[in-house]
Ligand binder design. Structure first.
Ligand SMILES: Cc1ncc(COP(=O)(O)O)c(C=O)c1O
Length: 339
């Protein structure tokens, strides 16, 4: 596996992909790229990347988990050989997804998982695999998840992806420009503004606030849920935050030793079909207030973690059958605990 470097423009990414595809010791077989960054929302130049892959005799796989809820995708027009999508990012429940590829290619490829349903005949010395798609669907299928994923796709088609794009575009603009106007907020991007398409996601830092603290202030004081941390994209987030390699090594050693306090991170806000304009307005107003006046509660940091909890929040927990714990590792006798 050859990792493509971070680049400062989409064009440079295509150039780097071209180089990587042709400079290895053996001919490259597959170029795998993300369809839209789950950190910045930026969409790489997929058609140009597909062209680069094909020129080098390779195939292209696009991880469209983040792209497919936001954009119509014409695999043939873009030249995409394989597309991976995830149900739970497409308004369906967790646990189902799809790998879409041409019947010919899927027919020829060996199954990644082996088991019942994927075979025609098994002998003690041999296996005859079923035809595609069954050969790639070993084991008992997640039928409910797949039906729900199909229903979600139908619903999106009924709404019309062009309408989804249009609605998101207006809201995203409001979110991005609103954040740019708040002093101390810095939105993270790989590439210059306007150099690529971008789905309705933004990741940012706030001067004076560790990411988890800001996320917690938004949740505890405003009832706003954002995600914080490195978003399963640690190398990219560290790059965007300017964490040098030596510092990254130091942090790694500290985390391995049990001290997570220096794990860097940022805060992400994302839009989907269920986001009304009022949510964007309230989110921006909350951030503006936090940046101007600070939090209303006091917060304490959990030892050895880069996490914060309010200390003077007297509202208590909602009346539920299970007890929610305000801090990890708190013992509550006789009750089920969720932390
Ligand atoms: C680009 C991308 N690919 C894959 C995933 C993971 O998908 P899943 O939860 O279906 O494994 C995510 C999000 O978590 C993602 O952002």
């Amino acid at each position: 596996v050859h990792l493509l470097p971070f680049t400062s423009t989409p064009e440079e990414l295509v150039e780097e992909a071209r180089k990587a595809l042709t400079s290895g010791p053996a001919p490259a077989k597959l170029l795998a790229v993300t369809g839209a960054s789950n950190v910045t929302g930026e969409v790489p130049p997929l058609a140009a990347l597909a062209e680069a892959a094909h020129e080098a005799g390779a195939l292209i796989l696009v991880d469209a988990a983040q792209l497919v809820p936001h954009r119509p995708i014409d695999m043939a027009a873009l030249g995409i050989d394989y597309l991976a999508i995830s149900g739970h990012k497409l308004y369906a429940p967790y646990g189902a997804g799809a790998l879409i590829g041409s019947a010919r290619q899927l027919e020829q490829s060996k199954p990644m998982l082996q088991g019942g349903g994927a075979i025609k005949l098994v002998t003690t010395s041999d296996v005859l695999w079923a035809d595609a798609p069954e050969r790639h669907e070993a084991g008992s299928p997640n039928t409910v998840g797949v039906v729900a994923l199909g229903a979600a796709c139908d619903a999106l088609r009924d709404i019309g992806m062009n309408l989804v794009v249009e609605a998101e575009h207006a809201l995203a603009r409001q979110l991005w420009t609103g954040l740019d106007r708040i002093t101390g907020i810095r939105q993270l991007r790989m590439w210059p503004e306007g150099s690529c398409d971008r789905v309705g996601v933004t990741t940012f830092t706030a001067a004076g606030y560790p990411d988890h603290l800001l996320a917690n202030v938004l949740a505890a004081e405003y009832g706003i849920g954002v995600r914080n941390g490195c978003f399963c994209a640690h190398p990219l987030v560290m790059q965007l935050l300017g964490v040098e390699e030596t510092e990254a090594h130091e942090i790694r050693a500290e985390v391995a030793g049990g001290d997570e306090t220096r794990i860097p991170g940022a805060v992400r806000a994302s839009l989907n079909l269920a986001t009304p304009e009022q949510d964007v307005r309230e989110f921006l107003a909350a951030l503006e207030r936090i940046m101007a006046r600070g939090p209303s509660f006091a917060y304490r940091r959990i030892p050895l973690r880069n996490e914060y909890v309010p200390v003077n929040d007297t509202r208590g927990w909602p009346d539920m059958h299970v007890r929610l714990s305000p801090a990890p590792n708190r013992e509550v006798e006789g009750e089920r605990e969720i932390s």
